[in-house]
Design a protein around this ligand. Sequence first.
Ligand code: NA7
Length: 565
Amino acid sequence: MPASKTETGEFRDAIIIGAGVTGIYQLKRLLDLGLNAIVLEAAADLGGTWYNNRYPGARFDSESVSYGYSFSREVLDEWHWKERFSPQPENLRYLNFVADKFDLRRHMTFGFRVASTIFDDAEGLWTVTGEDGRELRCRYLVLALGLLSVPTQPRLEGLDRFKGQMFHTHAWPHQPVDLAGKRVAVIGTGATGIQVISAIANEVAELTVFQRRPNWAAPLGNGPISEAEMTDIRSRYDEIFEICDRSPGGFVHESPVEGFYDVTPEQRRAFWDSLYDAPGFGIWMGNYREIFTDDAANAELSTYIAERIRRRVNDPQVAEKLIPKDHGFGVQRVPLESKYYEVYNLPHVRLVDLSETPIQRVTETGVETAAEAFEFDIIVFATGFDAILGGFDRVDIRGAGGRRLRDDWRDGPSTYLGMLANGFPNLLIATGPQSASASANYPRGIELMVEWCTGLIQYAQEHNVRTFEATQEAQTDWSEHVKSMYSLVLMRKAKSWFTGYNSNIEGREHGKTRYLVYNGGQPRYRRRINRVADAGYAGVKFDPPIEDENARPAVKAPEASTAAK
Ligand code: NA7
C-alpha cells in the first residue's frame, strides 16, 4: 500500500510527527479509536532510528525479544527474531512488517519536514506547516520526534576541505560503502563508535580511532535464534514482558535479591564473572542495585571491569587508555561490544588519545592533531546527538498566546509526566524529556506513554472536551520530582547526553546538568501515570471543565505490557 499524499489545507483529528518506533504505534492506537489520524515524517520512509542509522554494526543492545512491540499477539507469533541482538536491516524490516500488517503506511506521509506547529486559541486547533509550505490543521498534535534524531559533529576548522568521504554514522550512505583497502578514521567511542569500530576493523586497510574519553563497554554476546528457540520464546512472551515490567530499565535483567553488602567480595566476583560472560546488559541492569548509587560499590565493580579489559588488550599502555578514569562503570550508558577490545591488538589499528593530542584541523587529505598529520580515505563521525531536545528545538512549536516551547525549555525542559506541557493545549509528547522512555529499553517505555496519551485523547473525546493541558502546578511538581531523582543516582555526575552535555553545541560544553530523563524506573513511572489517569487525569486542566470527574472510569495505561491475550 503506498504512503499517503498529504495536500495543503487538510484537517485531521490527530497529527503525529515522526514515523519511528513511537509514531508507528501511536498511529495504530489512534486509528483504533476511530480517529482520522496521520503521521508526518521528514525521511523518505518509516523507521526513524532504524531507517537512518545504517552504519556497519548497528544493532540492538536490548535483547531482540524484549525490544519488539508487545501489543499484538499476532505480531509476536509471526515474527522470527533471527539474532539475539538484531541488526539494523532486520529491525527496519520488522517495523515495515508491523506497519504493513496493520495497513498503516497509507496513513503516513514521507518527505514532510515540519517547520512549525502553531496553536490557534480561537479555534482550539493546531496548524502544522511543512518546510515546503504545506499547511495542515488538527485537533490533537502528538510529537514522536525521537530522542536521538539530530546528529552533531565537531566544530572543526577545515571540515569542508576534506576531499575523501566523510559522514556521521546517523547519515551513513544507503548505498554500500566500499571499505576494503581504505584508510579509515573513526572519531568518537560511544555506543555507536564502538559498534562501528568492531564491525569494520577487519575490512579496512588502516583504522585510526580518535578517542577523547573512553567508555566502559562490556560484551554483547550475540548469536543466532533458531526456529526451535523462537518457538520457545513465543510461548514465554508473557513472562518476558512481565520481567521487563518489573525491572527499572524495562529489560530482561533484574537485580539479585541480595544486596552488594550482603555477600562477600569473592561472591561478588563470581557473580560478576557470570554476568560479564553472559549476553546483554546483565552486567549493568542485572547487577547489585548499589552500583548505581553507592560510590564504593561502583568503584569495586569498575576495578573488576578494568581487569577484564586489561586481560583482553595486549599492549598495557593501550589498555590503560581504554579504561575510563573519570567515571565509574554504568554511570554513563554502557556500550555493548563484540570483540571491541581485541580490535586494538590488530597491527593496522591505532588508538589516538585526543586528551593528549587534540585534533587541530581537518585538511584536504585527513586530520591534523597537535602531534602529527594523518591521511585518510574516509572519516566517520560517531560523535553523538543533540540528544532528547534536539528534535524539539528544531520545530517552531507555539502554544496558547504564541508561547514558544523552545523558550520555555531554554534552561531545561519542564513537562507533566514527560507527556504534557502547560500552555500547549492538546499537545502530547509520546516520547521526550522527563519520561521513562530515554532511560529504559525504548519500546517498553514508549508503549506505556502511547497508551497513556491515547487514553487521554479518548477521555477528552468522551467528555466532549475542546482542549486539555497540564496545570502549571502539576508540571512544576513533576519537574521537581524528576530533578530529585537525579540526586539518588551516580549518573548525575556523568558528562553524558543523559545530563545534557554535548561539546559540539555552544553553551552545552560545560556539562551544566539538565534534568532530561526520569530516573525513578519504569514500575514507579507506570504506577504514577496510572494513578493520574485513575483520578480523571489529575493535574490536567480541561476546557470546558468536566463537571463530574468520576462519572466515567478513566482509560489508563495497562498495569503490565499488553501482550495480547
Ligand atoms: P555518544 O554516546 O554521545 O558518544 C559520542 C562519542 O563521540 C563520545 O565518545 C564523545 O566523546 C565523542 N565526541 C563527541 N564530540 C567529539 C569531538 N568534538 N571530538 C572528539 N570526540 C567527540 O553518542 P553515540 O552515538 O555513541 O550513542 C548515543 C546513543 O545511541 C547511545 O547511548 C545508545 O542509546 C544509542 P566524549 O565522551 O564526549 O569525550
